[in-house]
Write a protein that binds this ligand. Structure first.
Ligand SMILES: Nc1ncnc2c1ncn2[C@@H]1O[C@H](COP(=O)(O)OP(=O)(O)OP(=O)(O)O)[C@@H](O)[C@H]1O
Ligand SMILES: [Zn+2]
Ligand SMILES: [Zn+2]
Length: 803
């Protein structure tokens, strides 16, 4: 086939379709769907994805593919189809969907060279060998010039040739120098006997290889025999030893030894939950399981054993974990069980490291990927299970295009692979639990904690009472007493500061002015670190004013409680306590997250103080107290899920206490103790919360009873923003059935970001098959204005954040 259909990297409405290009004769059979190519587009050269091959086209004149960027497809057929599905589901451009499935490194510019694989020279086709002449590398560009690219490609597929990518910006593969003897042990000994007495070091090196045959890293060898590089060079020159560079993966977990663990003997509850999963794995059946298990009930062990069954069957597994609980502790549990078969993908890795992990999957060197949201696109070809831990987490939804939810992608992929999906949580999303109740998902329940440990005792403290009683500190009497008690006993405490919702802002006490960002309608956050104010949306930074810009008063101070402030207060009231603080500031450096947790685990601190990032995944035996400093900050967000999110967070963090032998206690401080999500999280009663919240959702017509879609409109001109939103709301309203509701236009909760005004309208509906088409028409109508970026319209068909 000599014509390729290509999706070009020009994200715009008019170019959002396949374009036909002819394949130069020399590349017929080389170009395959899923490869990236360079093609002429208008006056420029652009990148694109080959999505299909054919023999005929309606076009009279075709332009030619200019360059091939990959030797093997980077997207397999299933992922290409998934791209179409993503495009349709999230209403994004096709190019955006395809790119979202690849690691960032593949979007960078790089050069490819080929090398003959070590020890395979004899196997390489003669014509290819000839092309190398005496060179170690030849560039892919040169190969493309010649007429036998297919020949090279075949050698790559056979593993005789190796492709090396040299990427600008440090992306080249990392290599390490190895040394290995070219003679047998006997020959080495023989040769050693002939050495001059002065060549003492050479003698020792030979001795080393006689005792430790085989290759070794140069650095390790030099350290072991205390020899210099010159000694090795001398022996290499005489063809006794050979030196060579080998590529190694930038493995963030290298130099770490993971002791192999074996599966636990499951409890009865666990076995009952695992059985239907194993059955579905065995029978290749596409079932979705909701594993609803209280905190510390051993869900992870079930994941591990399900993955084990999948590997034994010769298939692969995707294990998704929310970004913030993708802690070293979590990764360790998988590496300990499956060793080298695990790839890890999360945002803490550098672009190069991520790319290396992706390649391990692409080259079929691993069987399992443990990763955050985007690992759902791991290019496995024989998926046997997809698992999503903490499935209720909002970070599984991508908040930029393509606006996909990993849960939906998981179900779609598992459907293609005929394999099960396991969604696990102690506090499932309302939508998921409702589906389980309707038996769309199969519900599996773990109601008991491991080791027969009890769920912790929870006390709710009314902070208004504290204030009335004269306690102005951020610690209630009760929490303070318990903190002291743990210090005496040498037990550990986790303190959660719920920062989402509000943080430290600066306010004038005389006139009440709050210092806002000049570009965004949101208060600036105080950063003690460099004594400045910062906008979390646009990055704007300024000094704290000495006097109020409004009334000139000098009574200007910051409000709200940041982790730093809590830390200072702790030092004051409990000077003997050793505190580890974990927040964005202390964990921004690579590896710091792990270091802090290790220090805490090893007992170098009494209190772990932090934001949301400490609420999940911790499984330390010595934690017996959890304190929540401000339970209600999230309750006041303008979001129909705010109660649900509050309940989930409080339940999760409470679950960190008393997971092993020692019993746990939790103190939740709040200004609204009567709110049901606080009250019920105190009782750790998800089922009651579910009933209560479902009732409210039914009355207020929100998911899971109704679907919602959010249209966000932004423009630099306020009038224009409001007027356009008005028009859009009318248009949508007219196109939908009378049962659908269009709320708005209203200003968004954050009504301005980066100097653009923001308006929105919310659509609530039950069944509107024409909705997507209607919205597509809408986008086409405003196409010209949005292409010039004056107007921005974003549509979210399943919004998780209502800002
Ligand atoms: N069958 C078993 N026998 C003995 N110990 C087990 C068994 N299953 C799990 N455990 C241990 O019990 C503890 C809690 O299990 P795990 O962390 O898997 O629970 P979880 O439900 O995933 O927790 P959470 O959702 O709260 O993070 C862990 O230390 C784990 O190693
Ligand atoms: Zn003032
Ligand atoms: Zn700003």
């Amino acid at each position: 086939m000599n014509i390729a259909s290509v999706i070009v990297d020009v994200p715009a409405k008019q170019t959002d379709r396949e374009f036909d290009y002819s394949i130069p004769d020399k590349w017929i059979n080389v170009v395959k769907p899923g490869m990236r190519v360079i093609v002429p587009f208008g006056p420029r050269m652009v990148q694109g994805f080959v999505t299909g091959l054919k023999n005929e086209t309606e076009l009279k004149k075709l332009r030619e593919i200019k360059e091939i960027l990959d030797l093997e497809p980077v997207l397999n057929e299933e992922l290409l189809r998934l791209g179409n599905w993503l495009t349709d589901e999230t209403m994004c451009f096709r190019i955006t969907a395809l790119q979202a499935m690849l690691p960032a490194a593949l979007k960078a510019k790089y050069e490819k060279v080929l090398r003959i694989h070590e020890g395979r020279k004899e196997l390489v086709d003669e014509r290819v060998r000839a092309a190398f002449r005496d060179r170690k590398f030849i560039s892919w560009k040169d190969v493309l010039q010649e007429d036998n690219a297919a020949l090279f490609q075949k050698q790559v597929q056979k593993g005789n040739l190796e492709v090396i990518y040299y990427v600008k910006d440090k992306l080249n593969k990392k290599t390490v120098r190895f040394v290995e003897p070219l003679l047998t042990s006997e020959e080495l000994a023989q040769y050693a006997g002939t050495l001059a007495a002065s060549a003492k070091k050479q003698y020792e090196v030979l001795q080393f290889f006689i005792e430790n045959p085989g290759k070794i890293q140069l650095r390790t060898l030099l350290e072991a025999v205390k020899a210099s590089n010159g000694t090795i060079k001398a022996l290499a020159k005489k063809n006794i030893l050979a030196e060579r560079d080998e590529e190694i993966y930038r493995d963030p977990y290298e130099n770490r030894v993971f002791d192999k663990t074996s599966p636990f003997k499951l409890t009865e509850e666990q076995s009952a939950a695992l059985r239907p999963i194993q059955k579905s794995i065995k029978e290749n059946s596409h079932d979705v399981f909701l594993l609803y298990g209280v905190t510390g009930s051993g869900k992870t062990e079930i994941y591990l054993q399900a993955i084990d069954a999948v590997i034994k069957k010769g298939e692969e597994a995707i294990m998704l974990v929310p970004e913030i609980s993708l802690t070293p502790q979590t990764v360790k549990r998988f590496k300990e069980r499956f060793g080298e078969q695990v790839a890890v993908m999360h945002s803490g890795l550098s672009i190069g490291e991520k790319y290396d992990e992706w390649r391990k999957i692409h080259r079929k060197e691993v069987k399992v990927v443990v990763g955050a949201r985007s690992a759902i696109f791991a290019p496995f070809e024989n998926l046997g299970v997809i698992i999503i831990d903490e499935e209720h987490e909002s970070s599984y939804k991508q908040e930029e295009t393509p606006r996909y939810h990993a849960r939906d992608v998981a179900i779609q992929r598992a459907n293609q692979h005929n394999c099960p999906v396991i969604l696990g949580s102690a506090t499932p999303a309302l939508e998921s639990f409702a589906r389980a109740k309707k038996e769309i998902y199969q519900l599996l329940t773990l109601s008991k904690r491991m080791n027969n440990s009890q769920l912790p005792q929870v006390e709710i403290v009314d902070m208004r009472e504290e204030l009335r009683a004269g306690n102005r500190s951020m610690f209630s009497e009760n929490l303070f007493a318990k903190l002291k008690d743990r210090l005496q006993k040498g037990e550990q405490t986790v303190l959660l500061l719920n920062k989402r919702g509000h943080s430290s802002f600066v306010m004038c006490r005389s006139c009440g002015l709050v210092i806002n960002c000049p570009n965004c309608d949101i208060s600036l956050t105080y950063h003690r670190f460099n004594d400045s104010l910062k906008c979390h949306y646009c990055g704007h930074e300024e000094d704290i004013p000495k006097t109020c810009p409004e009334c000139g008063s000098d009574h200007i101070r910051f409000f709200g409680t940041g982790t730093q402030k809590v830390e200072e207060e702790l030092v004051k009231i409990l000077p003997e306590a050793r505190v580890i603080r974990m927040d964005v500031d202390t964990t921004s450096r690579k590896g710091s997250h792990e270091r802090l947790l290790n220090r805490f685990q090893e007992g170098h601190a009494d209190i772990l103080l932090g934001t949301q990032m400490i609420a999940k995944g911790l499984d330390f035996p010595n934690i017996t107290l959890v304190g929540v400093l401000s339970a209600d900050t999230m309750l006041h967000l303008p979001d129909f899920r705010s109660s649900e999110k509050t309940f989930q967070l409080l339940t999760q963090v409470s679950g960190r206490a008393g997971r092993h032998k020692l019993a746990g206690e939790v103190v939740i401080q709040t200004y609204t103790p009567e709110h049901y999500s606080i009250e019920l999280s105190g009782m750790q009663d998800f089922d009651a919360f579910y009933e209560r919240e479902m009732h409210i959702r039914r009355q207020s017509l929100y998911p899971p009873y109704y679907y919602v879609a959010l249209i966000n409109i932004s423009h630099e001109d306020l009038m224009k923003t409001a007027a356009t939103t008005e028009k859009i709301a009318k248009y949508v309203s007219a196109g939908l059935s009378p049962e659908a509701m269009v709320l708005g236009p209203v200003a968004s909760p954050i009504s301005r970001i980066k100097n653009r005004y923001r308006y929105q309208c919310l659509i609530k509906y039950k069944r509107e098959p024409q909705l997507k088409q209607l919205l597509r028409t809408l986008l086409e109508h405003y196409q010209q204005e949005t292409a010039q970026n004056h107007l921005q319209i974003s549509i979210d068909l399943n919004p998780q954040i209502m800002m």
